[in-house]
Design a protein around this ligand. Structure first.
Ligand code: 5GP
Ligand code: ZN
Length: 113
């Protein structure tokens, strides 16, 4: 738990979220400002500030985030979706607790802006 981290506060239950999945290591919840008909975030409960802060200790955890995201996408009825991890402000990261976005339910452009 990192004080002043929004997602650590959601994990701690201090800030409510529309949760889709939770276990001892991972939490998934809907994005508060959805950018697609389906848009949710999958996060580790461990505070890791972003993709560049991942270490070999996290190999299994990051793989599990991918698997849970895929399973939740299927539950949400999407089999085509975009997976996004933003690293750093310039890339669009605004919450410095690593999170995997899953977005789907509409067609998308590539490359992103
Ligand atoms: P980033 O821009 O860091 O990649 O993504 C952060 C995401 O968190 C954004 O899509 C934003 O809408 C979402 N977000 C920010 N604050 C909250 C919140 O309090 N609750 C939820 N559910 N999502 C949030
Ligand atoms: Zn955190």
């Amino acid at each position: 738990m990192e004080t002043n981290c929004l997602f650590c506060k959601i994990i701690a239950g201090e800030i409510p979220a529309d949760k889709l999945y939770e276990d001892d290591e991972i939490l998934a919840f809907r994005d508060i400002a959805p950018q697609a008909p389906v848009h949710f975030l999958v996060i580790p409960k461990k505070h890791i500030k972003g993709p560049a802060a991942v270490t070999s200790e996290d190999d299994k955890l990051i793989g599990k985030i991918m698997r849970i995201g895929n399973e939740l996408a299927a539950k949400e009825g999407i089999d085509q979706y975009r997976v996004v991890f933003n690293n750093g402000e310039q890339a669009g990261q605004s919450v410095f607790h690593i999170h995997m976005h899953i977005l789907g339910g509409r067609s998308m452009q590539w490359p992103p802006g």
